[in-house]
Design a protein around this ligand. Structure first.
Ligand SMILES: *Cc1c(COP(=O)(O)O)cnc(C)c1O
Length: 454
């Protein structure tokens, strides 16, 4: 059998990367400095030390190209890593395309997504610096469950502020957090000023990720050093930890003597996409002909419709101001089922690469995304998360173009997670009840009026 006819490309545990890749030194220009939300002045390590352990702050600002993965973390990664790279042969056949479609399967982690890659690293560095409690937020519950899994292994107490609409709609993600020992509150809560302010304005507020971030940040900031904060996406150190995904993928393609022509990932805060594609950026800079595509929902079109600007990371303006694509920190997107893609901003590193045209972005409506998800589930068997299905839609569209042109392109996408807790969304699609939300031009214009003046 020819190497590229193999269905699954595995790495041994020995071949698993022992260093993460840091894109900072390879960016086409330096990132704009993050600013203190109170003073508007550039942020120093001390500003961040209330929220994060020192080692993560160092990683956030590091200019080292590679950073060692501690042996204790390698030990935990081995529960599910290296993850397989799989050729979607049955999908190719269904599409009748000459393209080769590969997906990196990150759904094999215990929490079912890529998120534990950074959750265990963050819990580890907190633990090492003596932190006993962490507060965080979660949208659809994927980050909350990943961090609950990690904190359970590293014996840290975890409090999760879960966006209320998901708290009600996704009870099983909540159960998962409980069984791994976390406490979970529906945000907005009356436990924080940010939460109380929102409840006073709207007692029935469904919550938003921006607001849940405010609650968790406030919880940590006011804990008197007792509790740190942890974020599951957006930040440089998060994407650093996720780079193990792309590093493994590169090795797997080397094993079969192929190199991808197109790389695709979905973007919420940018971490699974960044982790998957960043290790390929040096090759692209060196002249390799490779297209890199980020897929986002049309209901939250951050990179395709937002300006590249300084904005707050959260609704209550407690998180740092960073330069990124943003729809405005108080933008509340429609309740689409890809809850992980409803953040108003985008990772500064991903934003910079998009602004510099090193990567492309496309925005997709819900229904064609679910159609792609169903096609994938019926050919390859695995039920994708609605977020992941955005990447699948783009991969399928590119493979269909190859059919028209006869090109045998190698297309690879990151399978960021499974959809076993999203079956009610599939029910809605299958019974024809899934709405396609229009791009909310007016709402975005409204919320962009409140950008910080810096
Ligand atoms: C959280 C999540 C996303 C979006 O977050 P990113 O930081 O953009 O990766 C995508 N897919 C899945 C399965 C998720 O859980």
């Amino acid at each position: 059998m020819a190497k590229d006819e193999e269905k699954k490309i595995f790495l041994t545990e020995e071949e698993m990367p022992r260093q993460w890749y840091n894109i900072n030194p390879d960016l086409p220009k330096p990132l704009a400095p993050p600013l203190n939300p109170q003073t508007g002045k550039p942020l120093g390590p001390d500003d961040l030390s209330v929220l994060f352990p020192m080692e993560l702050i160092k990683q956030e600002m590091s200019m080292d190209n590679y950073i060692d993965i501690p042996e204790e973390l390698v030990e935990i990664y081995r529960i599910w890593r290296p993850s397989p790279l799989i050729r979607a042969t049955r999908l190719e056949k269904f599409l009748d395309t000459p393209a080769k479609i590969y997906y990196k399967n990150e759904s094999v982690s215990p929490a079912g997504s890529h998120k534990p890659n950074t959750a265990i690293a963050q819990a580890y560095y907190n633990k090492k610096e003596g932190v006993k409690k962490i507060a965080t937020e979660t949208g659809a519950g994927q980050w909350g469950s990943a961090l609950a899994f990690a904190c359970n292994l590293l014996e840290i107490e975890l409090t999760v502020y879960m966006v209320k609409v998901s708290y009600q709609q996704k009870p099983y993600r909540r159960s998962l957090m409980h069984l791994w020992g976390a406490e979970v509150f529906a945000s907005p809560t009356d436990r924080t000023e940010a939460g109380r302010a929102m409840l006073a304005q709207d007692p029935d507020s469904p919550g938003s990720l921006g607001l849940a971030i405010s609650e968790a940040v406030e919880h940590a900031a006011k804990s008197g050093g007792d509790t740190k904060y942890s974020l599951g996406s957006v930040l440089n150190h998060v994407i650093l930890h996720q780079s193990i995904v792309g590093l493994e993928t590169k090795k797997q393609f080397e094993k079969i003597g192929l190199y991808p022509d197109i790389l695709i990932g979905c973007i919420g805060g940018g971490s699974n996409f960044g982790g998957f594609v960043f290790p390929f950026i040096p090759d692209k800079k060196a002249g390799k002909d490779i297209r890199i595509i980020a897929a986002e929902p049309i209901a939250c079109p951050t990179v395709t419709k937002g300006p590249y600007t300084y904005d707050y990371g959260d609704t209550a303006k407690m998180a740092p101001i960073v330069k990124m694509y943003s729809l405005g920190h108080d933008f509340i997107p429609a309740p689409i089922h890809a809850g992980g893609l409803r953040y108003h901003g985008m990772a500064p590193q991903v934003s910079l690469l998009a602004a510099e045209k090193m990567i492309e972005a496309v925005a997709l409506p819900q229904n064609p995304v679910f159609e792609a998800a169903i096609t994938f589930a019926r050919t390859e068997g695995i039920v994708p998360a609605p977020e992941t299905a955005h990447a699948i839609r783009v991969a399928m569209d590119e493979a269909i173009k190859c059919k028209e042109t006869g090109e045998e392109k190698v297309i690879a996408f990151n399978f960021s997670g499974h959809g076993h807790f999203d079956l009610s969304a599939y029910d809605a699609y299958l019974s024809g009840k899934l709405e396609d939300y229009e791009y909310p031009d007016e709402k975005i214009k409204e919320s962009l009026k409140n950008l910080p003046k810096v």
